[in-house]
Design a protein around this ligand. Structure first.
Ligand SMILES: CC(C)(COP(=O)(O)OP(=O)(O)OC[C@H]1O[C@@H](n2cnc3c(N)ncnc32)[C@H](O)[C@@H]1OP(=O)(O)O)[C@@H](O)C(=O)NCCC(=O)NCCS
Length: 334
C-alpha cells in the first residue's frame, strides 16, 4: 500500500467546522491570515451557505489532515478563489495536497466554474509546484502577506518580513470570448498571458478619455493584511484623486499596500492605468474572468514596505512573471 492510500478526499460538512479549525491551528498556530477561521459558528455558517466549498482529506478514523477551499465571491460569476491549502505537518510529503487539488478541480467543474484564481505563497515552493504546468502564473502581489504569519514546520527564507503571493489562473472550462482594451504599456505582456492561457480575446483600440462623471469605486480595507482594495466600476477624471484620498484614509488605519482593479472590458481602462501609474501604481497581475470579464490589478506599496523579501519562485514561468512585476515597478518614472 502506498502512503496516503488510507486517505479519503471529500467535502467537509458544516458540522465538521471544528476539524477545519483544528487543522488551521496545526498549520499556523494562532497566526492564520483570516482570524474569522477560528470561530466555529462562523466557519460552520460559511460552509452551510456554500460560500465556501471545503475539500478535505480524511484519515480512516475521520481526522482531517488535508484541505483546499473554493470561496465564491459576493458578486458571483463564473470563477472563484481557491486557497486554504493545508496539510497536517505530520502528514506532509505524501502527495496529500496533490490529491486534494484533484478534488478541487472536480468540485470546481461540478460548480460550473470556468476557472479559479489561486494565490500560492512565495515563502516556500510547495503550492507553486502543485499547479505548475497546469495553471498559468499571471501576476505577483508584492508584500501582500503580513510578516507575523507563521508556517508551522516549514523553513522560510525571510521570517518576520512581509512576503509576496503569486496570482495563478487554473482553468477548468471554456471561458467566453471577450473584447478587451489593453493599456499600451502592458499590451504585449497581457497578450502573451492570454496566449499561454488559451483565452480567446479580441483587443480593441481605445481613444476614450476618462469620463466627466465621477468615478465609481468599491473599496474595502483588510485590516489583517493592511491592504486597501479598490475595484473601479467607472473611471472618471477624478480617479487618481479619489484613489489617493482612499489611500490617505486607509493609511491612518495602518494600510501598507493598495490594490486597484480595473475592468479590461472598459475602454477607459488604458487611460485609467496611466493616471494611476503617475500616482505610483504598477502592474500586479491579470485576473481572467475575475469580475464581469477580465481584470487588471495594479499595486502600490507604502515607502516603508520592503518588497524585496526573498521569494521562493519554483519555475521559469513563475520567475518570468515576477521579473515583469519588478521591472514595471522599477520603471515608475516612465
Ligand atoms: C503546502 C502544503 C499544503 C503541501 O502539502 P503536502 O501534502 O506535503 O504536499 P504534496 O506531498 O502533495 O507535494 C506537493 C508538491 O510540493 C512539494 N513540496 C512539499 N513540501 C515542500 C516544501 N516544504 N518545500 C518545497 N516543496 C515542497 C512536493 O515535492 C510536491 O512537488 P513535486 O511533486 O513537484 O515534487 C503543506 O506544506 C502545508 O500545509 N503548508 C502550510 C500551509 C501552507 O503553506 N499553505 C499554502 C498556502 S499557499
Amino acid at each position: 500500500m502506498s502512503p496516503g492510500d488510507d486517505i479519503a478526499v471529500r467535502l467537509v460538512a458544516p458540522a465538521e467546522a471544528s476539524l477545519l479549525i483544528g487543522l488551521i491551528r496545526r498549520c499556523y498556530g494562532e497566526t492564520y491570515i483570516d482570524p474569522s477561521f477560528y470561530d466555529e459558528a462562523a466557519v460552520s455558517e460559511l460552509l452551510a451557505s456554500r460560500r465556501l466549498h471545503s475539500i478535505g482529506a480524511f484519515t480512516d478514523p475521520g481526522q482531517l489532515v488535508g484541505h483546499m477551499g473554493i470561496t465564491l465571491r459576493p458578486h458571483g460569476g463564473i470563477t472563484a478563489d481557491a486557497g486554504m491549502t493545508l496539510v497536517d505537518p505530520t502528514f506532509r510529503g505524501r502527495g496529500i495536497a496533490r490529491r486534494v487539488a484533484v478534488g478541487l478541480a472536480e468540485q470546481s467543474m461540478a460548480l460550473g466554474l470556468v476557472g479559479v484564481h489561486d494565490y500560492p505563497v512565495t515563502v516556500h515552493a510547495a503550492t507553486q509546484r502543485i499547479g505548475a504546468g497546469f495553471g498559468v502564473d499571471t501576476g505577483l502581489m508584492l508584500a501582500n502577506m503580513p510578516g507575523d504569519v507563521v508556517f508551522q514546520e516549514i523553513e522560510t527564507p525571510a521570517p518576520g518580513a512581509r512576503t509576496s503571493s503569486l496570482i495563478r489562473w487554473l482553468p477548468f472550462g471554456l471561458a467566453p470570448e471577450r473584447n478587451v482594451y489593453l493599456p499600451v504599456r502592458y499590451r504585449a505582456q497581457i497578450a502573451s498571458l492570454y496566449a499561454e492561457a488559451h483565452l480567446s480575446r479580441i483587443t480593441l483600440q481605445s481613444n476614450e478619455g476618462l469620463s466627466e462623471l465621477e468615478s465609481e469605486l468599491e473599496q474595502a480595507y483588510d485590516e489583517r493584511r493592511q491592504i486597501l482594495r479598490v475595484a473601479v466600476a467607472r473611471a472618471g477624471g477624478d480617479l487618481a484623486a479619489r484613489v489617493e484620498a482612499e489611500i490617505r484614509e486607509a493609511a491612518m488605519r495602518g494600510a501598507l499596500v493598495a490594490h486597484v482593479d480595473l475592468p479590461l472590458a472598459d475602454p477607459a481602462t488604458p487611460m485609467a492605468t496611466e493616471a494611476l501609474r503617475v500616482q505610483g501604481f504598477s502592474f500586479a497581475g491579470l485576473l481572467p474572468e475575475y469580475r464581469d470579464g477580465d481584470v487588471l490589478r495594479l499595486q502600490r506599496l507604502a515607502d516603508s514596505v520592503d518588497e524585496t523579501a526573498l521569494s521562493v519562485l519554483s519555475t521559469d514561468a513563475t520567475q518570468a512573471i515576477a521579473a515583469l512585476v519588478f521591472k514595471d515597478r522599477g520603471s515608475m518614472s516612465t
